[in-house]
Structure formats: structure tokens, C-alpha cells
Design a protein around this ligand. Structure first.
Ligand code: GAR
Length: 396
């Protein structure tokens, strides 16, 4: 099912200054407002896909490696501002010797990107500083936004289905507010197995749809039927699904894609996430664990056992970890941790209750930070553009 919408962006002259056949990473200069514009698209859940003609490769002016080095530098500069390009497609051909359908305004790269990224081109936008960047909108049923403010001399007739804007920020205003689409809530799927008290904390934190950031818990998926977590989801009117017996990566992958989730939260999900799914969603699945990982985690470390192990080890401080999920239980880059002191007269039940209270605060705070862009998740870990404060965690 095609659920995502995309902004297909041209690169040279749209995202970065165009010196003509840009080929050196040291020449990369983002145009003003570009990082913020892309960050807003990221936050609204619109896929950001760059489609660029790079005939300089075919003409022998620079190599594919040179092109990739420039791209890596653009990604790096954007990442510093909390913005992310989801995918880049390029045509390397010299049009004087090679007639292809991947060179814009040809449609091949857009069609390939749409298939790879499950994007519905009819609900998408085609943005760039040349007519060839926006023309594909007509054939693919989307909207074209031509950046015509660069030299003010643009006087060609606009292709059908296209509008003229001054710069990328204005294009993003149109996409998000200009009647094309409303800024959408950030979509989160939650995976559960048991009582679902962390799910409840998320439901309560994001119940007010008009509050900022707006987060929509779009699906609850349970590894078991008949648990309290599913009741909580039903009470909140959230669509649910139960993992069928014997089903693994394919079923879960299809369910998550269909939900339109931008982030997956494991809230007491007691199964290992299938390897293929971790691959496909790396950097977009988080887990909450009731200890300070890497201590007191791993297979079999859940519920009471975690706190018994903490008491047995005699440590003075335990806590809560939210981390990105990888192929092992309770491993993967840490996103946030919060300490909980171990008290003299603690038993496992008392300690578990105090840790759970902090889980109910920290997990929603992290989801809010991801949704509003102050925590940027990626395949290699999390980057905070502003630190998480006690107010963020405890005064929600
Ligand atoms: C929570 O304490 C969570 O940290 C833990 O399961 C519990 C679920 O409670 N997860 C792990 O131990 C992961 N290794 P809940 O169902 O009431 O939210």
C-alpha cells in the first residue's frame, strides 16, 4: 500500500548553491533556510527525496565517488541542523550521447523512488528551480512548486499543475499550510505484550491533539491477545493488531507500513524484533528498559528479575533507559537515561514501582522530543539539538 507522501527536491540551485557541475565537498554551501525547510518536512512526516541530474558524471567532469562525497557533505551539514534527506536518486548520463528516461523531466527516477519508498506520487510535491524539476508533477499526478525567486527573470509558461514560489521555505509553507496539506501529527506505532502502563502514559501525554507537538498513536500491535494493553488501546480508540501465531518480519513490516508510523516504540514488547525489520527500520525503533543499560539487560532480563539483579549487585543507582533497537535484546545506542536511587529498605517490588513511574515520564518525553525535532534519531544513534531537562520529563 502506498501511504507516504514525498517532497521530491532538486539539488543544485534548490538545496545548495550551484557553481555549475558541483563536484567538491568543500564547495558545498546550503542555501539560506534550506535546513529549516527540510526539518519541517521531516517533522510533518513527508519523505524528503532528492532527484538530481548529474550529467557531469557521464561527461567525465567528476566521478560517481565525487558525487557521493558531495552528497555526504550535504547530509552532514543538514544533520547539524537536525534535518534529513531520506533518499537521493541521480541520473549520471550525458544527454548528448545517452538518451535515457532517468534524466529529468524523465519519470524513471521518480517511479523508482516511489516504489522503493512506498510513496504515493499523486499526493506528493515536485520542487526545484527549473521547469524540468516540476514538469513530472503533471504526469505523476502531484503538485509542482517552481522556485522562481533566484534571479527573478523566469518568464516561461508554468507547466500544468504547478505554482510559482520564491524559495524553498515558501514551498514548504505551501506544502504544510497553504491549503495543500495541514501539518500532520507525528505518527507512532506502539508494540506491547503485557499490562501496557507505558502505552497508557503515551496515550495520556498525547491525548490533546491540539497540543504541541501533536503525536498520533496510529497503531498498537501486541505479541499476545487478551492483555490489558489491548484493552487500553481499545478504550482510547486506537486501531490494534495481534501478531498471528508463527508470523514474523513480513507481517509486522506490512502492518507498520500500512499504519504510516514514523516511529515504533517497544513498550514492554517481550519479543525480539526480527532482523529484517530492524534493518528496514533502523534508527526508527526505540525501546524502554527499567535499568541503566548496558547493565541489567539482555534476554530474560525483564520484570521483577531486573530489579532483583540490581538489588543483588548492591548498586546505589538504577534507572530507566530509552534506546534504539538493534538485533539483540536491550542493546543499541542509548537515546536517554534517567537515574533512580536504590533505597536502603527497597525490595524488588518497591524499586520496580519507582522505576516504572520514571518510565512513564521519560518515554513520553523522548517521543515528544523526537516529534518536535529536539532529538534526531538516525541509524547510528540519537543527536539532541537541545538537552532533555527535568521539566521536560516531570512537568508534562
Ligand atoms: C516496563 O517496565 C518496560 O521497561 C519493560 O517491560 C515493562 C512493561 O510494562 N521492558 C523491558 O524489560 C524490555 N527489556 P508495561 O506493559 O506496564 O508498560
Amino acid at each position: 500500500m502506498l501511504t507516504d507522501r514525498a517532497a521530491f527536491l532538486d539539488r543544485d540551485g534548490t538545496l545548495v548553491r550551484d557553481p555549475g557541475y558541483l563536484s567538491r565537498a568543500s564547495d558545498v554551501a546550503l542555501l539560506p533556510g534550506v535546513a529549516e525547510a527540510i526539518r519541517r518536512l521531516n517533522q510533518a512526516g513527508i519523505r524528503v527525496i532528492v532527484v538530481t541530474n548529474q550529467s557531469g558524471i557521464g561527461r567525465g567532469y567528476y566521478s560517481e565517488e565525487g558525487f557521493r562525497a558531495v552528497q555526504a557533505e550535504i547530509d552532514r551539514q543538514l544533520e547539524c541542523d537536525g534535518a534529513r534527506i531520506d533518499a537521493t536518486y541521480f541520473c549520471p548520463h550525458d544527454p548528448t550521447v545517452h538518451k535515457c528516461d532517468c534524466r529529468k523531466p524523465g519519470l524513471e527516477l521518480y517511479r523508482r523512488a516511489a516504489a522503493d519508498q512506498s510513496v504515493d506520487t499523486a499526493g506528493s510535491w515536485f520542487v526545484g528551480d527549473r521547469v524540468s524539476d516540476v514538469e513530472p508533477a503533471h504526469a505523476l499526478g502531484g503538485h509542482g512548486l517552481l522556485l522562481a525567486g533566484r534571479d527573478g527573470t523566469f518568464d516561461e509558461p508554468l507547466p500544468p499543475g504547478c505554482q510559482r514560489v520564491e524559495h524553498l521555505s515558501e514551498a514548504v509553507d505551501r506544502i504544510l499550510r497553504g491549503g495543500v496539506v495541514a501539518e500532520a501529527p507525528y505518527r507512532v506505532a506502539v508494540l506491547v505484550s503485557g499490562s501496557g502502563s507505558n502505552l497508557q502514559a503515551l496515550i495520556d501525554r498525547f491525548a490533546d491533539a491540539s497540543a504541541k507537538p501533536s503525536v498520533n498513536i496510529c497503531r498498537v500491535i501486541s505479541s499476545r491477545s487478551g492483555n490489558r494493553a489491548l484493552d487500553r488501546a481499545h478504550e482510547a480508540g486506537i486501531p490494534t493488531a495481534v501478531v498471528p501465531q508463527g508470523e514474523t518480519a513480513d507481517w509486522l513490516g506490512a502492518e507498520l507500513s500500512a499504519s504510516g508510523a514514523q516511529l515504533v516504540v517497544l513498550a514492554g514488547y517481550m519479543r525480539l524484533v526480527p532482523r529484517e525489520l530492524v534493518e528496514a527500520w533502523r534508527g526508527r525503533i526505540i525501546n524502554v528498559h527499567p535499568a541503566l543499560l548496558p547493565a541489567f539487560g539482555g534476554q530474560g532480563m525483564f520484570g521483577r528479575r531486573v530489579h532483583e539483579a540490581v538489588l543483588e549487585a548492591g548498586v546505589r543507582v538504577t534507572g530507566v533507559t530509552v534506546h534504539l533497537v538493534d538485533e539483540e535484546y536491550d542493546r543499541g545506542p542509548v537515546v536517554a537515561q534517567w537515574p533512580v536511587p536504590v533505597l536502603e529498605d527497597d525490595d524488588a517490588a518497591r524499586l520496580a514501582a519507582r522505576v516504572l513511574e520514571v518510565e512513564h515520564r521519560l518515554l513520553p518525553a523522548v517521543v515528544a522530543a523526537v516529534a518536535d525535532g529536539s532529538c534526531v534519531l538516525g541509524p547510528d544513534g540519537a543527536r539532541w539539538t537541545r538537552p532533555l531537562t527535568p521539566d521536560d520529563v516531570f512537568r508534562q
